[in-house]
Design a protein around this ligand. Structure first.
Ligand SMILES: [Zn+2]
Length: 111
């Protein structure tokens, strides 16, 4: 990332870098090929699916590896996947509840 004067800037904290810096000396973020795995597209997908869920959107919007269109596509994908998973949990809960005995009748047993 460069500013108007052509000075190389950290994508994360926007402070000036030397051209040979692989990691920002202010915030420690990797630059170029050294960007952390969870800011790369497959890393965002893994972190979102196996832990972050909707918080994966933070990675999507901070990642220096995604352009504007890709960000929106990823945002839509994360939201759709989240809705799909929520719906799946809800229908599973309904099924489990329909299999359980009616707890309101337990107090009426004859002993
Ligand atoms: Zn930085």
């Amino acid at each position: 990332m460069n500013n108007a004067a052509g000075v190389l800037l950290c994508w994360s904290c926007k402070k000036a870098l030397d051209p040979q810096d692989r990691y920002c000396r202010f915030c420690g973020m990797g630059q170029g090929e050294h960007v952390a795995w969870y800011y790369r597209p497959w890393g965002i997908a893994l972190a979102t699916l196996f832990g972050l869920g909707p918080f994966g959107l933070i990675l999507v919007w901070r990642s220096p590896k995604l352009g504007t269109k890709a960000r929106w596509a990823w945002t839509a994908a994360v939201v759709l996947a989240g809705a799909f998973i929520l719906h799946g949990c809800y229908t599973t809960w309904l099924m489990i509840r329909s299999l359980m005995p009616d707890l309101t009748q337990l107090g009426q047993l004859p002993y």
